[in-house]
Each structure stands twice: as C-alpha cells, then as structure tokens.
Design a protein around this ligand. Structure first.
Ligand code: PLP
Length: 433
C-alpha cells in the first residue's frame, strides 16, 4: 500500500465521514485513492476543509500545481480513469460491442430529464450545431445571442446565418439578472425567432436568469436554446424545472468525466421542431433499400436518439457513468454549495483588497454567481498576469473572447480555501506593482 493511500485511509478513519471499500478494481493504470463512499452526505459541511482536502486525493492532480481552470476542462478522479481503463481492457479482450445506452439513462436521472430526451454527443458544440441547423429558420429571421459567447456558442449561429441569410444580433449581459433581462427585452424584434443563451457564460461565469428568459421568449413566440456547457456538475440541475426545450452540455467540464463526452437535452414535445440532418444506426424508426415500392426512411426514432447514431466509445461512456456515480455519492446540492462557497470566498477576498487596480467583473448578486470568478487588473495585461500566475504554480484561464480581456478562476471540489488565499496574495502583490 502506497504512502498516499495509507494516509488517505488514516484521514478517513479519523474523520469518520467516509466508509471505504477495499481497493479491488484499481489496476496498474489508476493507483491512488479507493472509490468514494459516503454514508451520509448531509453531514458534509461546505467549510470542512479537512474533508475536502481528503477528497482531493481522489484526483491525480499534481500537488505542485493549483488548478483553477475547470471551466475549460475537468480533471477526472481515479474512479473515472479506472472505469475507462477497465472497460477498454474488456472491450479489447472480448471484442464486446456497445455499453453506452446506460449513460443515457444515468445522465437523464442526473439532470432530472427522461431517458428519451437525451442525445449522446461528443462535445457541447456538437449539441449546439444539432439545434442550430435543425430549427426551421428562413432568410431574414433573427437570432439573439449574448456579447459573452464562447466560440462554440457563436460560430454555429454565425455560420447558419451566413449560409441561410439569417441575422445574428447580440444583447449585453447586465450586472445582475434584472439588468440582463432588461437589455434582452430591448433587443427583441418581430423577426427574432431564437434566443441562444449560455446558462453560465464562459467569460465571467455569470449565471443567466434562464426561467425569466424563457417566460419572456414565450410571450413573443421565440424559441430558447440554452448552452449549458458549465451546468452539469456545477449546479444541481433540474432541466424539467428549468423549462427549456434545448440544453447542450458536456461531461468533460464540471462533471469531471472523460474528455469528448457530452449530451444534448431535447424536451420530448420539441423533438419534431428539430430536423435531424445526420442520421444512422439508432436514429430511425425503420428504413428500406431493397423492398418495393422504393428505398425509404420510414421515420425517426421517437426519442432524442434520432440525433445520435453509430458506434460510440463504450469505455468513455462507462467513465461518464462512474463520474455521475462519484458526484451522486457526494450529492449535487453538496457539490453546488461547496463550489459556490469557494467562488464566493474568492470574490469577497479580492474585493477586500480594495485595490484601485482591481476590477471585479463577475456579479456579486447571489443568484448570478456560480463557481467562476473573473476580474481584471488595470495595471497589468491579462497575459502577463497569466504568466506570473503560472510561474507561481497557478493554472488560470485568460479570456480574450469578445474583448473581455480578463482573468478567469474556476473553483471546483478539489480546490481549497488555502489555495484561494494563496492566489489572493498573488493578486495583491501584482495589483500593487
Ligand atoms: C459556454 C461554452 N459553450 C460552449 C463551449 C464549447 O464546449 P465544447 O468544447 O465541449 O464543444 C464551451 C467550452 O468551454 C463553453 O464554455
């Protein structure tokens, strides 16, 4: 037994919060911590640094680096890596086929949808493209997006506009939910057919008032598409309650699943509003080439499976199942509370610096703040700060998108208050230079 694992077991026994099962499934590929088992997640305190420090041992993250860029990519914990490894080994030993349908079911349960509303994709952009190209839009129709889009949220709409003669307009994010809604209202015209909005913007991490946006859109008979790249694994999602028709998300950011795994939620009632353009095995309800009277596709699957088809990487999807299990063991209310607690601590500490050089970009409004905080230093280029932060051991993301030009910090369950305090000390030093 390695020193790390011995220490983990000792810590766990002392804390009494975890009941551990023997390390039976870890092969050579994934040494480290044993699978997580928690008997009572409601006992996990949001500020129990000892518990969260121990949880970090589930992740093979380098101890010499502080990772604050989960918004780009979520590192997987050992149980996910192990599940992928074991499944790959099995597939290549037995040549078994399949194994990804279970993920549809588990993802649906995780985001409070039904299995037939989940399409398996490979990234968020793929889900965005399915909706963008599938909606019935014609020349002159207008699409409204935000001024904080990720390239993956912007390019598909811009491309469709270019091909089909649509217009893309944008509305500005406000400092809080109400001002965002007011900005949006002013941009709606009789030609607006779609509002495409991120649930959580990639630039400054602000959470958008999706329910109100949907209500407003309904009044004008406008469809709403939600780019939920950052929703799954950060927030305790309930897509039925959120009320959107379309939600594209992924498993490789906040869910810390295998990279290249994602999903698109399409509400059952909205299925026939989205024309499938790429189809294949699993997306039809019958087809025929050789029978008379003519080759034909009978119809589409009666589920969101109509948009995905063919062979998937079963091992990656088994990894997604393990990631869901990992987060369900902690429970999403606990995860959401912790990641928001960390982000809120970071924001408060940065504001406490009271530096004239520091500009806080993320809203201080409770409902608009998630697990991402963005700021600017007026006395230092963001790229220069990134280099300085990298030299000090911090992995941060800079945001050149849409001219926002800021520094973005993502805080996830493997981060700690101590790491944040160390980062704030660095910002203080740089803001005073
Ligand atoms: C808001 C937003 N939308 C879309 C994407 C694109 O995601 P993917 O790389 O999974 O296609 C990202 C990635 O960071 C994002 O932050």
């Amino acid at each position: 037994m390695g020193t790390n694992r011995r220490k983990f077991l000792k810590d766990a026994a002392q804390l009494g919060a975890l009941s551990l099962v023997p390390l039976t499934s870890f092969g050579n590929a994934a040494p480290g911590a044993p699978p997580l088992k928690i008997s009572n997640p409601t006992n996990i305190a949001v500020d129990d640094e000892a518990f969260w420090k121990m949880l970090r041992q589930q992740f093979p993250l380098q101890s010499s680096k502080i990772y604050f860029n989960n918004g780009t990519m979520g590192p997987s914990p050992y149980p996910v890596i192990d599940a992928v490894y074991q499944k790959m080994l099995q597939v290549d030993t037995t040549a078994d086929y399949g194994g990804w349908e279970e993920s549809r079911k588990l993802l649906a349960h995780f985001v409070h949808a039904t299995e037939d509303e989940i399409c398996l994709t490979h990234n968020v952009t793929e889900g965005i493209n399915i909706i963008c190209w599938g909606l019935n839009l014609k020349k002159g129709d207008e699409i409204l997006v935000t001024n904080h889009e990720h390239v993956g949220g912007a390019l598909p709409w811009l491309n469709r506009a270019k091909v089909d003669g649509l217009t893309v307009n944008f509305f500005e994010l406000g400092n809080d939910a109400e001002s965002t809604l007011s900005n949006l209202k002013k941009k709606i015209t009789s030609k607006t057919k779609v509002i495409a909005v991120p649930h959580i913007v990639c630039t400054i991490g602000q959470i958008q008032p999706i329910k109100e946006i949907i209500a407003l859109a309904k009044e004008h008979n406008i469809q709403v598409f939600v780019d939920g790249a950052h929703g799954t694994g950060m927030l305790d999602l309930d897509l039925h309650d959120l009320g959107c028709d379309y939600y594209a998300s992924c498993c490789h950011k906040w869910l810390c699943g295998p990279k290249g795994t994602a999903f698109l939620y399409i509400k059952k009632e909205a299925l026939d509003k989205v024309q499938p353009y790429f189809v294949g095995a699993g997306s039809d309800s019958g087809w025929n080439i050789v029978e008379p009277p003519a080759p034909t596709i009978k119809g589409y699957a009666n589920t969101a499976h109509r948009y995905d088809y063919g062979t998937q990487n079963g091992a990656l999807w088994i990894g997604v199942n393990a990631a869901i299990k990992f987060f369900e063991t902690l429970t999403m209310p606990v995860v959401e509370a912790r990641v928001k607690y960390l982000a809120s601590h970071l924001q408060k500490e940065l504001l406490k610096l009271n530096s004239p050089n520091l500009q806080m970009l993320t809203s201080e409004e409770e409902r608009s703040r998630g697990a991402v905080i963005a700021f600017k230093l007026k006395n230092m280029e963001y790229a220069k700060f990134q280099t300085a932060a990298g030299n000090a051991g911090f992995r941060v993301r800079v945001v050149p998108e849409n001219g926002v030009n800021c520094i973005r910090i993502s805080t996830h369950i493997y981060n700690s208050i101590e790491e944040i305090n160390r980062f704030v000390a660095l910002v203080k030093e740089k803001a005073n230079e």
